[in-house]
Design a protein around this ligand. Structure first.
Ligand code: ASP
Length: 350
């Protein structure tokens, strides 16, 4: 990390890789280095009024920068540790991240950095910083400006002029610059013309109590495949579910079920789930529909989930559900406490 101005409040920019910082390689784009000089060069090309609105920042590069398609729970843990270590010396943190798994990292950080008392903003870009007409500069500019907003006290995603709650965000489009959405939660803020605005009453600031209560657990066991993601399809068989759930290394599972929370009417399927729950595995179900919650009681077809001890993920995203399971399984908690916390909103995720 380079030395900053000792007196000015600075933002810490953590560069982890992703398209934003990529450069052409022999087989396609690869993560590039030397991001600090490249950022300064790109931001220097902004019109003077916009440049004047930018806060001072320092840059930390994680080694090596990666394509986020290769990120794992280990990366989420390492990133949370960095924020925990450096946040006090900075008014806010901006994390430059690949877009592919950005929403997963944002969700995980929200659970690890519970009660964060300043902005932690993830952003990236659909095209590299140096590409003609890149979205990178505007995304970095907006993220830096939101990072000095004291009323923003949570992990957020800033992309294409929108500010989303981190643990509600999803990558939604593969090509457009407006790549992220938060299906069950309105925007926390937005760029309107050249101003950035935070919408009152939508952030976590009013729910924060006292000092941050970070939960930095060891994710090593979960990094080795402790949680699995199982999506139902018409005709799924109990033996197929069991092939995943019987495995001792699997300690939790996220199930993507039908509509408002339904399972096929097959007692063998419900039996496979009940057996896994009975062995102490943490199972949670959410809908395959991107909008709206699950409620297992509405149809008889949902009863199997309740009977099998499967927890409702309500209207959580798959990213938040999965990272919350990883997080709770990594903490030294009793099974009943894990179940209780899963059903409780911890960071505005449900
Ligand atoms: N594959 C890239 C990544 O996630 C995509 C991006 O950043 O847009 O690192």
């Amino acid at each position: 990390m380079t030395a900053g101005n000792d007196h000015a409040p600075t933002v810490l920019v953590i560069y982890t890789g992703g398209t934003l910082g990529m450069v052409p390689g022999p087989e396609g784009l690869v993560p590039g280095q030397d991001i600090e000089a490249r950022l300064h060069r790109a931001l220097a090309a902004l019109p003077p009024v916009r440049r004047a609105g930018l806060p001072a920042f320092e840059v930390l590069e994680t080694e090596p920068p990666i394509d986020s398609s290769g990120a794992t729970p280990h990366h989420w843990q390492a990133l949370a540790a960095l924020v925990a270590r450096y946040h006090r010396g900075h008014v806010g943190i901006v994390i430059l991240h690949g877009t592919d798994t950005l929403a997963w990292t944002a969700s995980s950080l929200a659970f690890q950095l519970l009660g964060i008392d300043r902005p932690v903003i993830l952003t990236g870009a659909m095209t590299p910083l140096e590409a003609e007409g890149s979205d990178a500069v505007a995304n970095v500019e907006d993220a830096l400006r939101f990072a000095v907003t004291p009323r923003l006290q949570e992990v957020a995603v800033c992309f294409a002029g929108k500010l989303l709650r981190g643990c509600r965000s999803r990558k939604w489009r593969t090509r457009e610059a407006d790549a992220f959405t938060s299906p069950n939660q309105p925007l926390l803020g937005e760029r309107v013309d050249d101003e950035i605005v935070l919408y009152p009453g939508r952030g976590l600031v009013d729910y924060q109590r006292g000092a941050p209560r970070f939960e930095l657990a060891d994710y090593a066991m979960l990094d080795a495949g402790g949680v699995v993601r199982l999506t139902l399809w018409p005709g799924i068989q109990a033996w197929q579910l069991e092939a995943w759930l019987r495995e001792d290394r699997v300690r939790g599972a996220m199930l993507e079920v039908w509509g408002g929370g339904n399972l096929p009417d097959d007692s063998a399927l419900a039996g496979a789930l009940a057996r896994a729950s009975g062995e102490g595995k943490l199972l949670a179900a959410l809908s395959q529909c991107p909008h709206g919650p699950v409620a297992f009681g509405d149809y008889a077809a949902g009863q199997g989930l309740t009977d099998a001890g499967v927890l409702s993920a309500d209207d959580m995203t798959p990213e938040a559900t999965f990272t919350k399971l990883v997080h709770l399984l990594a903490l030294p908690l009793s099974e009943s406490e894990r179940r209780r916390r899963f059903l409780t909103p911890l960071a505005g995720e449900r």
